[in-house]
Design a protein around this ligand. Structure first.
Ligand code: HEC
Ligand code: HEC
Length: 333
């Protein structure tokens, strides 16, 4: 064997060994259990006022009620205002990383949250750590800065639901998803730590402060209406300035959606809402664009004060000129 051949063989062998080691590392570490993440010191309550506040959040601004359905037909019925049980099972593809299935949030003891302690549910919502100790994809449920009293209200309300038995498949991650999770370790795939959510939500009044809390920490307007790198969850430009990347609608894949600019720039969508009354009327009308992924149904259940608060908050932002292009575009494929 020539020296060259020997060197080449060594090199190839080395690459294979490194790749094999990497694969092993990926498979061992991509779904680490995060039992070190603390359980928030909160307790669910049986107080009817607390439960009613939870119902408002779940079926209103924080819109758990549209994702935690079983199928698209149920999503659309929930969107239209039917109070269906949150039995989960909806397939939620995040190409090319994973396919998720929304969890059964009814109190069923075998397939639902009857299996979990209040603490496990609080930890999921605040730290992105599922009851089984694994991290989820943080941007799916960005409730880390939700106030203690709102988290308590949500879990208290979920405990009062009618138990419905629905088996939900576990998430399936692709090898690429696992590799990115293990090697790149983007924040979006990790527990969310080191933030400081308030103990009490700002009172339900039409203030800029309340609007900012809702738009950023409860209703996730910020998650869709900002330039965000979907793979990492990192913000790549000013918050609320829209997102022109474009993605096919989950409801109708022949429709391309871009997220309008919600800052008070004359080229943004706020220019079409010259007064709070026009704004409220738009939200009360609910879904207009059938293919829209915006949860218009739950938002249409928001109080006048909360809708006014969001309007005032968005109008208090610095205007950012960002033309995202057509927000609803029919594409042929
Ligand atoms: C954008 C869609 C979406 C919204 C909105 C949403 N969820 Fe989820 N939820 C999911 C998906 C998808 C999963 C599965 C994640 C996974 O497998 O990592 C999930 C998982 C969970 C889990 C973990 C349960 C388990 O068995 O592991 C809990 C608890 C939960 N959601 C509660 C809520 C609550 C409460 C709300 C509202 C405050 C909410 N979710 C809003 C999509 C959503
Ligand atoms: C899941 C993604 C998503 C979330 C969350 C979301 N939006 Fe949207 N939004 C969209 C898309 C897509 C459109 C364009 C299609 C449409 O008009 O429904 C849109 C359109 C709009 C419009 C223009 C409506 C019109 O009639 O022209 C306004 C105003 C708006 N969003 C405000 C908000 C506010 C305020 C929130 C939070 C309370 C929010 N959005 C949350 C995706 C989202």
């Amino acid at each position: 064997m020539t020296m060259l051949k020997k060197v080449l063989l060594w090199a190839v062998g080395g690459v294979v060994a490194v790749a094999g080691g990497l694969l092993g590392w990926v498979l061992l570490t991509w779904d680490r259990v995060h039992d070190d993440v603390p359980i928030p010191a909160l307790e669910a309550s049986g107080d009817p006022a607390v439960i009613e506040r939870g119902r408002y959040l779940v079926r209103g601004p924080s819109h758990c009620s549209v994702c935690h359905m079983n199928n698209l037909a149920e999503v659309m019925r929930s969107e239209a205002g039917e109070e269906l049980p949150l039995r989960g099972g909806l397939e939620f593809p995040i190409d090319p990383l994973a396919v998720f299935y929304t969890a059964n949030l009814t109190p069923d003891p075998d397939t639902g949250i009857g299996r979990y302690t209040d603490g496990q549910l609080f930890r999921m919502l605040r730290h992105n750590v599922k009851p089984d100790g694994r991290a989820s994809l943080a941007p799916l449920m960005p409730f880390a800065n939700m106030a203690d009293d709102d988290l308590v209200a949500i879990v208290s309300y979920l405990r009062t639901g009618e138990p419905v038995r629905t088996e939900v498949p576990a998430a399936r991650w692709t090898l690429m998803g696992k590799a990115i999770s293990a090697l790149v370790r983007p924040a979006a795939f990790q527990p969310v730590l080191g933030h400081s959510p308030p103990a009490l939500a700002p009172p339900q009044e039409a203030t800029v402060e309340r609007g900012g809390y809702l738009a950023n920490s409860v209703a996730n307007c910020v998650g869709c209406h900002s330039p965000i790198d979907l793979a990492t969850g990192d913000m790549t430009g000013p918050a609320f300035s829209g997102n022109g990347l474009g993605e096919p609608s989950m409801i109708d894949p022949n429709v391309m959606l871009r997220m309008p600019n919600l800052t008070p720039d004359p080229g943004g969508v706020l220019a079409r809402f010259p007064s709070e009354d026009v704004w409220i009327r738009r939200f009360r009308a609910g879904r207009v664009v059938q293919a829209s992924i915006m949860p218009w149904g739950p938002y249409s259940n928001m109080s006048d004060e909360d809708l006014r608060a969001i309007y005032r908050y968005l109008n208090s932002l610095d205007p950012v000129a960002n033309d995202v292009g057509p927000t609803v575009e029919r594409i042929s494929r």
